[in-house]
Design a protein. Structure first.
Length: 205
């Protein structure tokens, strides 16, 4: 008499477990594809973002200009006169590679010759394409005929000539001279002054 209720209870429990599994399977049929779609969508978005993201800029150090400390450049002009160019530092222009900026440049012309010339300035630019050196800021030239001060000057390493378009003041054993421009040519044998030239000669003692 007790076997039938026990059997019925087991069947009911089995039916209930089947219903629960059926409900879980039914839910997974809808939720599973949705989860797969979200995962695939996330992967696609990540790929698209990495493809469209701008590539990182190169390290700033790679674009830094080349800088040398205490550079020294030795050469000769077309007439064989030796010259030496030195500076506290030299920095190559990253935009124009043949342009070099010099800090406190100094030029010595024909140091071992009969009339050596020394030029110092606060700053300078050496153009490798034309072999010309431009100096500016407190330019001071010392030579046998006297000492000259000007705002700027240009030295051509090929010809050995000095040219200045700014006012110049010079003093030496014979007197003083002021002019608007000047040029030193012929290996330093000739110095030409132009533009409102004023000179003062010292009397011989």
């Amino acid at each position: 008499m007790t076997a039938q209720p026990a059997s019925a209870t087991l069947r009911e429990r089995g039916i209930e477990r089947w219903r629960r599994r059926s409900r879980v399977i039914h839910v997974l049929r809808f939720v599973g594809p949705g989860l797969i779609a979200l995962i695939l969508g996330g992967l696609g978005a990540s790929v698209a973002y990495n493809a469209l993201k701008p590539s990182p800029e190169p390290a700033q150090e790679a674009n830094q200009p080349i800088r040398l400390l205490n550079p020294r450049f030795v050469g000769r002009d077309e007439r064989g006169r030796a010259f030496v160019i030195t500076a506290a530092s030299a920095t190559r222009d990253p935009q124009e590679y043949q342009r070099v900026y010099l800090d406190r440049p100094a030029v010595i012309l024909d140091e071992q010759g009969p009339d050596p010339t020394r030029i110092v300035a606060k700053s300078g630019i050496f153009h490798e394409s034309t072999a010309q050196l431009e100096v500016s800021g407190g330019v001071r030239m010392e030579m046998a005929r006297g000492t000259f001060e000007t705002a700027q000057s240009k030295f051509d390493t090929k010809t050995g000539e000095l040219i200045g378009s700014g006012p110049i003041h010079g003093s030496g054993a014979l007197g003083e001279i002021d002019a608007k421009s000047y040029a030193v040519t012929d290996k330093g044998d000739h110095m030409v002054f132009q533009g409102r030239v004023h000179s003062r000669f010292y009397p011989k003692k």
